[in-house]
Design a protein. Sequence first.
Length: 272
Amino acid sequence: MAAMTSAMTSESMAPESMSPESEAKPYGLLGLCLSLVAILGLAVLIFLAMVFMVLAVDAAIFGFRHPFALLHRLVSGTSSLSTALETRLMLGAGILLYIDVIAAIVAVARWRGGTTWRDLVAWRPLALPLRSGRLWRVIGLAVLLSFAANAALSYFYPDAKSLSEMPKDQGAAALLLLLAAGLAPIAEELVFRGWIYTSLRASFGFWPALLVSSAAFALAHYEGTHLYALTVFPVGIGLGLIRESAGSTKASAAFHGFYNFVAWCLAYLDIG
């Protein structure tokens, strides 16, 4: 670990520097915080607009009162919908929200960076070839951190399996796969290893950027017990190392998606 991280902070792993003519400049700490609020607010506005459109279509088909009655039943827990349909609606809302987060962060990055907006979230081609031994060593370390985190969670929190319980409905399981292995990795990598990491890396260096972005990633997965967030933290470290080594969030998003896909398969097969 020490040898790897020292190599990563060497000249060959220096922070990615944007060309002098590039207009894309990462935010400082205050700007980063304000921009995150803006991204969240924009994502919520887009989400509400899309929900309004869905309700408007529902009202046009079933009558003006139907969508409001349906929302009331869902919120109050008195819905006559089947459990499978409710699960599909919840997952559909999650998919919609992640799409909105992606749209919001791209919009803010484009506003900030113009044609060089990809530099602000490191959404660029891989800087290292797939045959790079260093990149694969970093990926191997990320895998070890992920397995160690899951093993620790299972040991200290035996009920953790319920956190990744697979829906019995096949349609809901397919929606979960799309969310977990597709949209969530892209959105989360753009936010944590892209927007947050890039700004912190430019202002404070490698280690603060890695630790703070990983801590924020862990907090975003807090679900009522501190143990799950603690086990997500080393996964964030591994993803950060991949992003640093490859110079691109496409690499960390690919690993993130693969990791979630494996977790989905294990849950679907009821393994682990």
